[in-house]
Ligand binder design. Structure first.
Ligand code: AMP
Length: 584
């Protein structure tokens, strides 16, 4: 890959990086096989740094020095408390550490340096926040070729750019710490944000906290008085139970020896849990209504609804959104990966690794060249998916021949003259005995329908190239239909003519060869054998006059068989001649 552009989702809770490889957008996994990296940074007292999952693992023992959700601080004036929480670093610097780690993973996976990136930001980010994100990228050694809106990336991932002009998409993004609802409209091939609403302090973390505090209360504990390490344990278990309840009806919240002595366990049903969540879900739905209102649209004027963010896995969330918009939401993509994949697709479009629309085209008609006797020799049959490549080696029919004319043909007929000629090229070669020259002919049809014909004299390596623009693929349906129906109509005559031509070529080669063989070795044959050969020769000559393809074919086969013994004897004799002086 030459200078790839990566796509990065720099999220509040999690981040991910991807690249388009051979036309496919993919996210790159770290050494642990994880494609999603927590947006967390731990800064030790001695200044050492851990990023991602490693940083989160420090939560228990050194939670105060683990920085999360730094995205909330990007491009803002910080108060003293906030400044302290970053241990002397700026939000850009912390983000740069996260970006740097993603870059490292990508470089390790791809085995080459990464210099350019597309980074996503929430649709509501103002210019200062976008600039800060760009600076973070630069600090990490990346040229930020584009900042794109997260909902736009999500829509790209869902392929909604194909919906057409004026189509409208609602993107409901509920992650760990933030919620956004954006309404996009496709205008001149680009998504415009019509309205965006959200809550930067609403997400799955609130649910974890709500469950953790409720459970701690049941255990008779005062949440506020709990040490940080213990709170983390209650929250981690709460998150596990929350996620489990998205797919099962009941789950046990269990914390053995949470304080070293006491244990806690309680069952939670999905029904109960849904009741707890209701006010929280209602807040997000209120945002949807506000956004629709701002955009002056009715729910039925939205053409597609997509869900992104890990918390949209909650069935009650999905149901509420579908009810609000009165349509089934598209959940075909991975909710945690959609934004990063969309950013990757955008990066691929910018780098040229991914064409906006790749049509899987096929050749409407066969492509080939004319060979001896005026026959059509097909190299690429019709309906072959392009791009494609095919070739064959040809030889000279006449001794001393100095050049070969390659006529490039298109069509379904057996005889060259009934097909269309797209072009021709003469390939010179060293004069050689008959059948000694080797001319390789290769057809290469690229995705744009451009046919490149490469003809090479194999002995000298000299090439001739003929480029035929588009005509190999751009043929009107009408002409294709005509050619195909003609080929069907003339199928029998065409086939007969091919059989005739091939048999005639063979006969013209065989007759003089038999003549020569007889002059050498007729005395080795019995009278009967001689008579058989004579009769077969006469038959071939007759058939040649008669213009009957199948009869000629048969006669040629007959003559071939009749002279087999003679040919073998001649070879034997020649061998004896060659080795005679050396033998016993
Ligand atoms: P994101 O920021 O998009 O990565 O979303 C992360 C949030 O999604 C966290 O709060 C997770 O707890 C939450 N989440 C992930 N999977 C599920 C699930 N199966 N059910 C409920 N919430 C989930």
């Amino acid at each position: 890959m030459n200078d790839p552009i990566v796509g990065i989702d720099l999220g509040t809770t999690n981040s991910a990086i991807g690249v388009v490889d051979s036309g496919f957008p993919l996210l790159l996994a770290d050494e642990e096989g994880k494609r999603i990296m927590p947006s967390a940074v731990w800064i030790g007292e001695d200044g050492s740094v851990e990023i991602g999952r490693k940083a989160l693992r420090r939560r228990g023992a050194d939670g105060a020095r683990v920085i999360t959700s730094v995205k909330r601080l990007m491009g803002r004036e910080l108060d003293t408390r906030e400044k302290q929480s970053l241990f002397g670093k700026s939000p850009e610097e912390i983000s740069a550490l996260i970006l740097g780690e993603l870059k490292r993973v990508a470089e390790w996976r791809l085995g080459q340096p990464i210099r350019k990136a597309v980074i996503t930001v929430p649709a509501y980010f103002h210019d200062g926040q976008r600039q800060a994100t760009k600076r973070a990228g630069e600090l990490a050694g990346l040229e930020v070729v584009r900042i794109i809106n997260e909902p736009t990336a999500a829509a790209l991932c869902y392929g909604l750019d194909q919906l057409g002009e004026r189509s409208r998409v609602a993107v409901y993004d509920l992650g760990g710490g933030t919620f956004d609802l954006s309404i996009l409209e496709m205008q001149e091939g680009v998504f415009q944000v019509l309205a965006t609403h959200g809550d930067t302090r609403l997400g799955g973390d609130d649910l974890d906290l709500a469950m953790a505090t409720a459970m701690a209360r049941r255990a008779g504990l005062d949440w506020q008085a709990l040490p940080q390490e213990q709170r983390v344990r209650w929250q981690v278990e709460a998150e596990r139970v929350k996620c489990a309840l998205s797919s099962s009806e009941r789950e046990t919240f269990a914390l053995p020896f949470y304080d070293g002595v006491n244990s806690f366990s309680a069952d939670v049903t999905r029904e109960q849990w849904q009741e707890w969540m209701q006010p929280w879900i209602a807040k997000t739905i209120a945002c949807c209504h506000k956004a629709l209102n701002d955009a002056q649209l009715l729910p039925q004027e939205i053409n597609a609804v997509v869900l992104v963010g890990g918390s949209t896995r909650i069935p009650a969330v999905r149901a509420a959104v579908e009810q609000c918009f009165g349509r089934v939401a598209d959940v075909s993509q991975h909710p945690d990966e959609a934004i990063a994949l969309g950013a990757t697709i955008q990066a691929g479009m910018l780098s040229g690794a991914m064409k906006q629309m790749v049509l899987l085209d096929v050749t409407p008609l066969s492509l080939g060249i004319e060979t001896l006797g005026g026959l059509m020799n097909v190299l690429i049959p019709r309906n072959t998916t392009i791009p494609c490549k095919a070739g064959e080696t040809f030889t000279n029919a006449v001794a001393g021949q100095k050049a070969m004319r390659i006529r490039v043909l298109q069509g379904e007929r057996e005889m060259a003259r009934d097909n269309w000629e797209l072009g021709q090229v003469d390939v010179p070669f060293e004069p050689a005995a008959k059948g000694q020259a080797r001319i390789g002919v290769q057809f290469r049809l690229d995705e744009n329908g451009i046919l490149e014909v490469l003809a090479r004299d194999v002995s000298t390596g000299i090439d001739r190239i003929l480029v035929i623009e588009n005509s190999a693929v751009d043929v009107s349906d009408e002409k294709v239909g005509q050619m195909v129906s003609e080929s069907v109509e003339h199928a029998f005559e065409d086939m007969a003519e091919r059989v005739w031509t091939e048999a005639k070529l063979k006969a013209e080669e065989l007759l003089p060869a038999v003549e020569g063989a007889l002059s050498i070795g007729s005395e080795w044959l019995s009278e009967e054998e001689l008579q058989t050969i004579e009769a077969a020769r006469a038959d071939v000559r007759h058939a040649l006059e008669g213009k009957e393809a199948h009869r000629l074919k048969q006669a040629v086969q007959e003559l071939d068989r009749a002279t087999e013994a003679l040919a073998a004897k001649i070879v034997e004799y020649a061998m004896e001649q060659a080795t005679g002086g050396l033998g016993s």
